[in-house]
Design a protein around this ligand. Sequence first.
Ligand SMILES: Cc1cc2nc3c(=O)[nH]c(=O)nc-3n(C[C@H](O)[C@H](O)[C@H](O)COP(=O)(O)O)c2cc1C
Length: 373
Amino acid sequence: MSIASPLTRLPNHKLALGLFLPMQEGAWSPSKAPRSTSWTFDYIARCTRMAEEFGFDLVFGLAQWLGKGGYGGEMHFREHEVDPIIANAALSSLTKSIVLINTVHVLYAWHPLHLAKFGAAMDHISGGRWGINIVTGYKASEYRMFGLEPIEHDLRYAMADEFTTIMERLWSEDEELTFDGQFWRTEKAFLAPKPGQRRPFLVNAASSGAGLDYAAKHSDLIFITSLTGADPVKACEALPAHNARIKDLARRYGREVKTIINPHVICRATEAEAHRAYRTILENEDSVAADNFVQTFIGGDTASWRGHSRTQWVIGGNLHLVGNPEQIVEWFVKLADAGCDGVQVNFFDYLPDLEYFGREVLPLMRQAGLRNP
Ligand SMILES: Cc1cc2nc3c(=O)[nH]c(=O)nc-3n(C[C@H](O)[C@H](O)[C@H](O)COP(=O)(O)O)c2cc1C
């Protein structure tokens, strides 16, 4: 039995709007510049509720497994994190309409039956508002924490494909499932209750050929990255082909997907003030944390974030949009024109920046036709 896409449950805005939650110490930026941003559940909940009040479509929680001190430095950058599945279970009771997505590393000793059951539970608790960002893990250190050896890049996606297939079947089929796969087996597995009418949102954030093929086959939302670094001018030149390729891949599987990109938004009343805020983040970099953070991406086998410079990593996030509210919305229009179906924004100082965004930028997004009135 095929499963209906949950995308029909997202409001039909020209540009979907998500918030990249600051789940970890320091969020995206290894910078000691003063700010309120915090990894605590209370802070995450306040961000989520504010985003919901402003009409955001989704919030997203990343998952990472770091050692003592996180990425190090004075900040202990990214050391603390409340587990995002647990956080989303709690957030579902504090919210009514916003979609709650969190990351799961499916190759770290999970069985598909576990996640199928968790997914069905989250779907019921949240009223159909839960999504899983299925990732395969790009850090050898994380595999070793679980007593596993790192797995070759493309093989990871073959494994994720089988894992997801079993999970989808458990969600949708009325009979017990016996499956003898290359990587997982199950005998007479059964799930009741199933998720509501439809399955949870499936999300992925790949950039590589193997990763995008997996995402096109299974995902509803694909978090894309700029392949040319954080400069939005260059990104907007490269993104039309990237978006077209992904949608074309999905169509070959008879599927529709939405692509969502992650801009770090630094918005102030004037362009000069926004650039001052940008420089303040850089001038306060935590050098040790920044060096370690950059090294993770240079040293790994991920196809994402390849074009980013060290300076761009201190700001963090994917694209950097710096300017007054009108300029930010002009960039959003260009991203929509480049084929992006959504933006998942992150901020440096989350609560005040989100509040300013909701008050000053969102009305202009509506005027520009990016968001429905
Ligand atoms: C928006 C976004 C969010 C991501 N979140 C996570 C995460 O929470 N945990 C993780 O291990 N990887 C995360 N990733 C990394 C991806 O899963 C993937 O490893 C990376 O984009 C490289 O793509 P590739 O596997 O196709 O080479 C994220 C990537 C993006 C773009």
